[in-house]
Design a protein around this ligand. Structure first.
Ligand code: PMT
Length: 407
């Protein structure tokens, strides 16, 4: 994924540098120079306010590329420059990002070229905020930053020190050389580089008749977040998903299934060559023994369904010779550690992540989760946070344990 050498660690990386209107905009020119020196292909987009602080000619001379600043007068000549830039960029870095720009971004505004490009892009977004220390401390800025972190936006800085206005405190743009390091770290090979990871997600549906089924409340969010995080960590990821309303995560291959039996078949078929198996799906434990061929009619006051156990996919994978590193989930309403450790030992897993599924803030459906992770001789608690973030932490733990056991 990465053609990394010491001189040009960013060789071939396509970075869009966004510059907004703050006094620190002059430092963006140095950042631009450093990124190019490190091998990046750089394009620059400026807001109108940024044009008051620094001339586009500076960036044009450094990059050898026209600078984008207007939604309507771009190179493409058809008001499509933001779409072209949005598709081109592998990373969008806004430095400096002012308080006003951050607020507009949170609201999803698209009335300037940089905001419209960010809205239209799937590229990861990093902000290097720079503003007066009081503006940084303002409740609205804190709230806005929190909302952006929930959306997976990377926030690099700011730093403390003397400010252009004479104040002391947090709000200075991170030094260009440190921002360069942040960008290099961002593109550095992840801990799962070269590994293959198979993940199950979502619920299964077990047919009662052609129009009815037994299922559960799983939305797939946790499993999809894990798939995205594993891909970001460098892995080749295959997601076997029960029915959800979610979009396929970037870079991830997805196989759609409906029932536990279909999920089992897909997993076993795809298993050879996988390094890690993460079973996050809420697989139905029971299914109707004999689904009716026709729609069941409302004839009697009572209806009894005979259920039978479904195959335990995780246990079956973990029992195979040459099995991958196996991570299970435990969804519990009580005695979390006790039942999780039972499943860890009973299914012979390498690791298990346990979550509570009772109450309003249980793991099902919502955007947040908290996990207690157990393995043979260790345990770690991951506090409540967005599923996207907790997924990144869990993937880092899995990668670490995997590398210790299978160096
Ligand atoms: O999808 P979300 O709305 O984001 O919710 C996330 C989640 C709560 C579904 C997820 O975090 C979670 O806990 N997934 C596992 C749910 C579950 O089925 O837990 P369990 O304790 O019943 O099963 C233990 C393990 O065995 C799980 O890894 C499960 O995938 C696996 N299993 C269970 C039954 C079965 N027939 N086959 C299996 O592989």
């Amino acid at each position: 994924m990465n053609t990394c050498d010491n001189q040009t660690p960013l060789a071939g990386k396509r970075i869009l540098l966004g510059v907004t209107g703050g006094i620190a905009a002059y430092k963006s020119a140095e950042l631009c120079r450093l990124l190019i020196q490190a091998g990046a292909e750089l394009r620059v987009a400026m807001t109108d306010a940024a044009l008051e602080f620094i001339r586009p000619l500076t960036f044009q001379a450094l990059t050898g590329q026209p600078v984008a600043s207007s939604l309507f007068q771009g190179e493409a000549g058809n008001a499509m420059e933001h779409i072209e830039l949005a598709r081109w960029a592998e990373l969008i870095l806004v430095a400096p990002a002012t308080a006003d720009f951050i607020a507009r971004l949170v609201e999803g505004q698209g009335d300037n070229l940089l905001l419209a490009t960010i809205l239209a892009s799937k590229a990861p977004l990093a902000l290097a905020p720079a503003m007066n220390q009081q503006m940084w401390a303002a409740a609205s800025t804190r709230d806005n930053l929190q909302r952006l972190r929930h959306r997976d936006v990377l926030i690099w800085g700011p730093e403390a020190g003397e400010q252009a206005c004479g104040d002391q405190g947090l709000g200075r743009l991170r030094e260009p050389s440190d921002l360069l390091e942040d960008v290099i770290d961002f593109f550095a090979p992840g801990p799962l580089e070269g590994r293959r990871v198979l993940i199950t997600a979502g619920p299964t549906r077990e047919a009662i008749d052609p129009v009815r089924f037994l299922s559960n409340r799983s939305s797939g969010k946790m499993g999809y977040a894990l798939a995205q995080a594993a891909w970001r960590a460098g892995a080749e990821v295959l997601l076997v998903s029960g029915p959800t309303c979610l979009e396929r995560p970037d870079g991830v291959e997805r196989i759609d299934v409906i029932s536990a039996e279909e999920m089992r078949r897909a997993v076993l078929e795809q298993l050879p060559g996988q390094d890690i198996f993460i079973a996050c799906a809420a697989v139905a434990d029971y299914r109707p023994r004999q689904p009716a061929r026709d729609k069941i009619k409302k004839q009697s006051e009572r209806l009894t369904l005979e259920l039978e156990r479904t195959p335990d996919i995780l246990a079956e994978v973990a029992a195979r010779p040459n099995r991958p590193f196996c991570v299970g989930f435990a969804a519990e309403t009580q005695e979390l550690e006790h039942y999780a450790r039972d499943k860890l030992a009973g299914k012979k897993l390498d690791m298990i992540a346990a979550n509570r599924v009772d109450g309003d803030d249980g793991a099902f459906e919502g955007d947040d989760n908290e996990l207690a992770v157990f393995w043979d001789d260790g345990a770690i608690e991951l506090p409540r946070q967005p599923k996207t973030r907790i997924a990144r932490e869990l993937i880092a733990i899995i990668a670490d344990q995997f590398s210790r056991r299978r160096p």
